[in-house]
Ligand binder design. Sequence first.
Ligand code: IMP
Ligand code: ZN
Length: 334
Amino acid sequence: MKQFLREIPKVELHAHLNGSLNIESIKQLAEELYGEQTKEFAALCKRFIKFEEGAKMNDCFEKFGFVHELTATKRGLQRATELVIRDFAADNVIYVELRTTPKSNEKMSRRDYLQTVIDAIKSASKQYKIMVKLLPSINRGEPLAVAEETVALAVEFAQTEPDLIVGIDFSGNPNLGKFSDFTAVLSLARNNGLQLAVHCGEVDNPREIQEMLKFGMSRCGHGTYLTEADYAQLKEKNIPIECCLTSNVKSGTVANFNDHHFRQLMAADVPRVICTDDCGVFDTTLSDEFHWAMESFGLSRSQCVDLTVEAMKHSFATPQEKRIMQLLITERAK
Ligand code: IMP
Ligand code: ZN
């Protein structure tokens, strides 16, 4: 079964760049950047993928800092992006939408950050059999001015790279910041032709969930605390929920795989896709996520293929790219 899941072409719609660098690639990157690794670094790597029983969401967010240190230079960021793409391709992911929050420091502006990721995507797309898109992220825990800069850059880069920059992701620690503070900047992105992928209902915040649903989005990240009425709304509007099983269980917002809302979404036929979120931090792969879905919800092989087709349909790819994906998926499923 695992071999089948690894071999089928897959489509990944919810992957944060810095969260997707797996432990082996972190070690490779550190070695490339700084030479042979110390025992202390090896211990940090072990701690990175270890989750204590009852881990809370805030613990997860602290883990990103470890990778952010390695990607704080152009060279580190460029290599990390290439390694992440390589690793998705190795799992037979034929299409991935990467999201990342442009960061600035003394060595790099947010513009440099985006340009570096774009260059890395272009070079890796030539090397590996995978289509890659980019969604610059707004981190809700950062000031509005940062979000405004990110959207301005995304709109500008989308003019020269319309096939690459296709949307904006709204993410970050859901316990920080207020969605309503960001609606104007998100509207600006939408009015400029960018799609919106919004982390919505990752924690229990009914008021914010209603604000987000009313505002609208192309895809809904997690949707853990949505009600049946919310599901009905998404179904009517054909907005899929990006389900990230391991991420939700390890970050403690869902008790276990069996209790994951993916079960209700399947039963009520609400649009849904299976994604990894942060396959490095959560030590998983897209194949593994399908494996857990099969084990927990009794999915058949053909349902896994159908879910991939569903992901392809909800992707921000061009019609031509969707046709190519459809061919690749059906060819392998024969
Ligand atoms: P980056 O944007 O490439 O640095 O990827 C890591 C960042 O993505 C984190 O620092 C968070 O801001 C965001 N992120 C990753 N996973 C989640 C999640 O499950 N919920 C909300 N934000 C997330
Ligand atoms: Zn996410």
